[in-house]
Write a protein that binds this ligand. Structure first.
Ligand SMILES: Cc1ncc(COP(=O)(O)O)c(C=O)c1O
Length: 382
């Protein structure tokens, strides 16, 4: 029988030991400014997080409003900047209206729960992000996990659901493998069977589509009445925050009832100011998007020549399979020791249970540093 005030920690220690044995412990590695590391791990796809105009815009708002939003959006947290950003994001994403959240995670949870509840059939791609999974789990809907990117399976599920309302949820660019969801085909089956298509455009906004309008725009689906888009402001826009974009009625519903919107302190105004500057740059950043496309091809060629079968990335993220979790950790650590940051993804962060290096592109990295980083990755391979 356990005793003493710390007995409940025994269970946590035991579970940590099990993770240790399975090679699944995680460690925080604080970085320092100007550490000289080449970043192939972050999501700063367009290199905007440190853009002088973005920093200046954020700093100007910081000095006006101070550090935090001081309250939730419905209390004291809304500023004119938030409203302007929402109007701009609605325009960019081709929606009637948009609502900004303090993170992409909360935007996804809010969107899923708004669209699906008890009695709804909620079809979720097996590789969807944890935020979508958590939204599904908390929705009370009848959740069906569909095989990855399998339109026929989705169609079959929709066809067999009877007269229950249905929602299909997918990422546009998947966050670990970087592959593209078959959005036009998914939308076609949603339309045929009267389902709503919810697309998380986190890794595509700023990167794909005309003026970086995202994967939904690239698929020609902007503004469709049965498509709802979520995105994060923390990746190509280099900041933080999330957004849900869709019909006005949905946004009003979220403002009235969305728990992850109502009970959360608003995105700080300075971040909103920085994001607005970042979006302005991103709209005109075809040159940066061209760098990403060229670098994707360069990675495939360099790693392919070294014997790694890497599919061409659809946007700015791809992954390379490692022999196991320990090998992936060692591979990433060796790269880090040589000044190259790469992502190391192991279960449960990988949908298929494999371990990999996740490589991300950043248009702000110099050509030479990028080429050198690829050499380092190849030389450190297990
Ligand atoms: C596909 C996807 N959706 C949502 C999120 C969550 O976004 P945020 O980090 O802004 O909360 C992430 C990021 O980690 C992601 O990769």
């Amino acid at each position: 029988m356990a005793s003493g005030p710390g007995h409940w920690l025994d269970d946590l220690r035991q579970r940590a030991d099990q993770r240790e044995q399975a090679g699944l412990r995680r460690a925080l590695r604080p970085r320092t400014p100007g550490d000289g590391v080449t970043d192939l791990a972050g999501n700063d796809y367009l290199g905007l997080s440190r853009h002088p105009s973005v920093i200046a815009a954020a700093a100007a708002v910081l000095s006006q409003y101070g550090l935090g939003a001081t309250g939730s959006r419905l209390v004291r947290g809304s500023t004119g900047l938030h409203a302007d950003l929402e109007a701009g994001l609605a325009g960019l994403l081709g929606a009637e209206a948009a609502l900004v959240y303090s993170s992409g995670f909360l935007a996804n949870v809010g969107a899923v729960r708004a669209l699906a509840g008890p009695g709804t059939v909620l079809v979720s791609d097996r590789y969807n992000h944890a935020s979508i999974v958590d939204g599904c789990r908390g929705s009370g809907a009848d959740v069906v996990v569909a095989p990855h990117a399998d339109v026929a399976a989705v169609e079959d599920l929709l066809a067999r659901r009877g007269d229950r309302p249905a929602v299909v949820v997918t990422e546009s660019v998947f966050s670990v493998d970087g592959d593209l969801a078959p959005l036009p085909a998914l939308h076609a089956v949603c339309r045929r069977y009267g389902a709503v298509l919810l697309v998380d455009d986190a890794h595509a906004v700023g990167v794909l589509g005309p003026q970086g309008a995202g994967g939904v725009a690239a698929a020609g689906l902007s503004g469709q009445p049965d498509v709802v888009v979520t995105a994060t402001l923390s990746k190509a826009f280099g900041a933080a925050g999330g957004v849900v974009a869709g019909p006005r009625e949905l946004i009003a519903h979220l403002v009235d009832t969305g728990r992850t919107f109502i009970y959360d302190t608003a995105l700080p105004p300075a971040v909103v100011g920085g994001v607005q500057a970042a979006i302005e740059i991103a709209l005109a950043a075809d040159d940066r998007r061209a760098i990403l496309a060229a670098r994707g091809a360069q990675i495939v060629e360099r790693l392919g020549a070294a014997g790694f079968a890497v599919p061409p990335p659809a946007a700015g993220v791809l992954s390379v399979v490692a022999p196991g979790p320990e090998a992936a950790v060692a591979w990433a650590a060796d790269c880090r020791d040589r000044g190259v940051a790469v992502g190391c993804f192991r279960p449960p962060s990988t949908p298929d249970g494999s371990s990999r290096l996740r490589l991300t592109l950043n248009a702000g990295v110099a050509d030479q540093a990028f080429a050198h980083a690829l050499d380092v990755i190849v030389e450190c391979a297990p």
